[in-house]
Design a protein around this ligand. Structure first.
Ligand SMILES: *Cc1c(COP(=O)(O)O)cnc(C)c1O
Length: 494
């Protein structure tokens, strides 16, 4: 099958999946999509008989057809190996009458690992022999930075430079980044917010003088953000694999429909579930769970997407997002590929900060998607009730989804809640939810207390940070970020 990718906003120029992965975003600002999605289809009985890595190969072969079988097999082998602390990679475990899909068994204990262990492999293959060095530049609110550092560290001809808002990530997230070893990594805190860091990274990409200077040394800049096809495609795997696990344990019959509830920020995770449905997985409903930043709840309820609203800092910070970029791909597919409509809606979002989707299109979207929100108090109450009633310890992001799922009416279909981070990554918030006063306790004290209180064990990926050596102590103002990145390029490549 030949599948070409083009922008959600125009059909003019087509590229291969390798080119789409290297470019990240289309030249007109749209996201890369492939119209082969609906013709592809994945054989469910085959998926039910195979393990995670084989299913990853099946999914990637379908979505990235210009990679060879051998290329993808090598990528899968490197991405889903012994760096995962569960042989299942993404195990499904019971949560009362429902199920948890645990996506946090990778090296950084958040679901971003599923994609960011794979993206560097896909990029390396796509670049084979291009003669350039690539610097991945990334602004993070916490989880993505460490997952990118881990995924790209040690990759030949590649560097990774991460900026985080100093003082605004959790103790553990901070240590995860500043203790990151590797000759090709650079980490710097910035005095400012995540939006400041993100804004400056965008400016750096557009700085012709800077990128020209780097090009003179054979260095190009690239990003690893969640609109990249190479991050989206690997996430489709765990929807199929979760279904296979449920069929094998007898929890669902082959062909039965399943529902997924997804804690959502940038809409990448839940969109992968929609891709799985279009590829033939029997998904009857996808439930979009939001925290107090409930722009998606309002959108799915009213049909109007309006980013002109206050930003709330919550205890599920990876979902503190006002513009869910990957929603653009849903609009494309749900409108049967109406590029003109997508382009005009995105134009309105850029100009006015809001757009309204035609009613008929909203009806189609609502046939699959439902939604709900959970406040911080509701999130804490859910962490507590999951622990006290079921002895299942969940992180605040997972708790947002669990809270929303519990309010949804049952349809009779099996229900799976995506669990996106280890509770130990957010030990202090989880402890507080369980009624412990944490004032004055640092990240490790909270980790210890959580182990004592619950009799569970922190993942070694996190507890071993205690012995970690701080290798990066740079903190700079926004204006100095470009200079920091340029000297990182010199150190790594020259
Ligand atoms: C990134 C993240 C999310 C949100 O995923 P999106 O793909 O951005 O919707 C949810 N939970 C955790 C722990 C995350 O790191």
């Amino acid at each position: 099958m030949t599948s070409l990718y083009h922008s959600t906003r125009s059909r003019g120029a087509s590229v291969t999946s390798k080119q789409a992965i290297l470019a990240g975003i289309a030249p007109d600002g749209g996201l890369y999509v492939s119209d082969a999605l609906d013709q592809a289809g994945i054989d469910l009985s085959r998926v039910c008989a195979q393990g995670f890595s084989e299913t990853a190969l099946t999914v990637l072969r379908t979505l990235l057809p210009d990679y060879t079988q051998d290329e993808l097999a090598a990528c899968v082998g490197s991405a889903y190996g012994s760096q995962w602390d569960s042989p299942a990679i993404c195990p499904v475990t019971p949560l009362g009458d429902d199920w948890l899909l645990e996506l946090y068994h990778g090296p950084t204990c958040a679901f971003k690992d599923v994609a960011l262990q794979m993206l560097p492999q896909l990029m390396s293959v796509a670049r084979a022999g291009d003669g350039h060095d690539v610097m991945i530049v990334c602004a993070t609110s916490g989880d993505t930075g460490k997952a990118a550092l881990d995924g790209f560290s040690g990759v030949p001809h590649t560097g990774v430079c991460v900026f985080y808002p100093d003082g605004k990530v959790s103790d553990i997230q901070h240590l995860q980044m500043v203790c990151q070893p590797g000759d090709n990594v650079a980490v710097c805190g910035i005095r400012g917010t995540f939006d400041d860091a993100q804004g400056e990274v965008k400016r750096i990409f557009a700085d012709r003088a800077l990128t020209g200077r780097l090009a003179g040394h054979g260095v190009v800049l690239s990003s690893a953000n969640s609109i990249n096809v190479g991050r989206l495609a690997p996430q489709v795997t765990y929807y199929f694999d979760a279904y296979a696990q449920l069929v094998r344990t007898g929890a669902v019959g082959a062909g039965d429909e399943v529902e997924f509830c997804v804690p959502t920020g940038n809409f990448g995770d839940v969109l992968a579930g929609y891709y799985a449905k279009r590829l033939g997985l029997p998904v009857c409903r996808l439930i979009v769970a939001s925290n107090a930043n409930d722009v998606l709840t309002d959108f799915l309820t009213t049909g109007t997407y309006d980013r002109r609203r206050p930003f709330h800092k919550t205890i599920s910070p990876s979902m503190d997002i006002l513009v869910s970029s990957n929603l653009e791909r849903l609009l494309y597919f749900a409108s049967d590929g109406d590029c003109e409509l997508v382009a005009s809606l995105m134009g309105e979002l850029a100009e006015k900060g809001a757009y309204t989707v035609p009613a008929a299109l909203m009806d189609k979207i609502r046939a699959t998607f439902s939604c709900g929100r959970a406040s911080d108090d509701e999130t804490r109450a859910t962490i507590r009730s999951c622990w006290e009633d079921r002895h299942v310890l969940i992180d605040p992001h997972t708790a947002v989804a669990t809270c929303v799922l519990e309010r949804e009416a049952r349809t009779g279909a099996a229900r799976v809640c995506l669990s996106t981070a280890s509770p130990y990554k957010f030990s202090s918030d989880v402890l507080e939810a369980l009624g412990v006063v944490v004032t004055g306790m640092n990240g490790f004290a909270c980790m210890d207390a959580l182990e004592h209180l619950t009799g569970t064990v922190a993942p070694t990926q996190l507890s071993s940070l205690r012995e970690g050596e701080v290798l990066h102590d740079d903190v700079c103002d926004r204006e100095k970020m470009a200079g920091f990145m340029e000297s990182a390029c010199a150190r790594v490549f020259l």
